[in-house]
Ligand binder design. Structure first.
Ligand SMILES: Nc1ncnc2c1ncn2[C@@H]1O[C@H](COP(=O)(O)OP(=O)(O)OP(=O)(O)O)[C@@H](O)[C@H]1O
Ligand SMILES: [Mg+2]
Length: 310
């Protein structure tokens, strides 16, 4: 199953209706700063049932609705529709919210009464975990500076038993080695501090705790950990929002190789400014539906010329 189309209207910066088509394997979303790339991913997770304002990058439901600009009036509701395809079968889900906070939910054209039932219907469709499988760059670099309670709470969303901790650690070691060859590590409960932490063992530098890592090491380690945690909650798609920013050339390429491997089993939707990441996408999709260039927003002409070569 994969997300074949996203339709947005009135959501955050989207005043006009916009349709984005995605490829089954890897799709990229590119465009200048501030054009609405991250908002598009917010729209996807919201339509997948996300209700945590922090995850949706807002303070309240009003922030989800287009608040107006110099060129357009504010809209009175936000509407997001997702279409999925699986073996020639197509189905859609949709979520709408208006200014008074009242919501509507649709699953395959049928109205669903509330968020709980909507989430249940999504679980039945195999989309129950999809909203949590989004990685954002700031989350990666900040992960090891979060308060110990926040980090523990996040990890406990995924790990409930000793077996799942062991499973996560096996994957964590595998992904660490892929991102930083020769490196191993583990996630552990620090009983004395009542928190979770990680230990990474580098081939040359030896042992390091999370907080002792450099920016790039931190991003690679947090990515390895998040992917290992995601593995406990299967989902047909993963989304990444500018996760390469702090990686050097080698670590960036290691990450791209790992993403290519992950795309063999699931769909990846990637927001990026990096040419080499853009080149990974199989499809070439434009908002008008033509398919010779990767999906992009209106962008600075100079940027566009650079991206065009990918
Ligand atoms: N409710 C809203 N109404 C109107 N505009 C909004 C609303 N919420 C967010 N925006 C605007 O949406 C714009 C695009 O934000 P977004 O985070 O999607 O940018 P981006 O394309 O990811 O940029 P970057 O490359 O810098 O990460 C921002 O300028 C933001 O102010
Ligand atoms: Mg962004």
């Amino acid at each position: 199953m994969y997300l074949s189309q996203l339709k947005i209207e009135g959501f955050k910066s989207y005043t006009e209706p916009v349709e984005v088509n995605f490829d089954q394997k890897i799709s990229v979303i590119i465009g200048s700063n501030g054009v609405g790339k991250s908002n598009a991913l917010d729209a996807v997770i919201w339509a997948l049932g996300e209700n945590n304002f922090l995850s949706l990058r807002c303070e309240g439901y009003n922030d989800l609705i287009f608040s107006g600009s110099n060129k357009a009036y504010a809209t009175s509701e936000a509407d997001v529709q997702l279409t999925f395809e699986e073996n020639d079968e197509i189905f859609s889900i949709a979520r709408t919210i208006n200014e008074s906070g009242s919501e509507k939910f649709l699953v395959s054209g049928q109205s669903v009464s509330d968020l709980n039932q909507y989430r249940e219907a999504l679980r039945d469709l195999g989309l129950g975990n999809a909203r949590i499988n989004l990685v954002r760059q700031d989350e990666l670099t900040n992960f090891f500076s979060w308060g110990s309670n926040d980090r523990k709470r996040y990890v406990e969303n995924f790990i409930t038993t000793q077996e799942s901790l062991q499973e996560v650690n096996e994957r964590f070691a595998e992904y660490l080695d892929a991102l930083m060859p020769g490196t191993s590590g583990q996630l552990f409960y620090d009983q004395s501090a009542d928190c979770v932490d990680i230990e990474v063992v580098f081939p040359d530098k030896g042992r390091r705790r999370g907080i002792q890592l450099s920016g790039g090491e931190r991003a690679s380690t947090a990515l390895a950990l998040k992917l290992a945690l995601f593995h406990t909650r299967p989902s047909p798609m993963y989304m990444f929002d500018e996760i390469e920013a702090s990686l050097d050339w080698t670590h960036g390429h290691n990450m791209q190789d790992l993403l290519k491997k992950l795309s063999q089993d699931r769909q990846l939707i990637i927001v990026t400014h990096f040419q080499s990441t853009i080149r990974m996408a199989n499809t070439v999709i434009r908002p008008d539906g033509s398919s010779w260039l990767k999906f992009h927003f209106i962008m600075d002409e100079r940027l566009f010329k650079i991206y065009k070569c990918c």
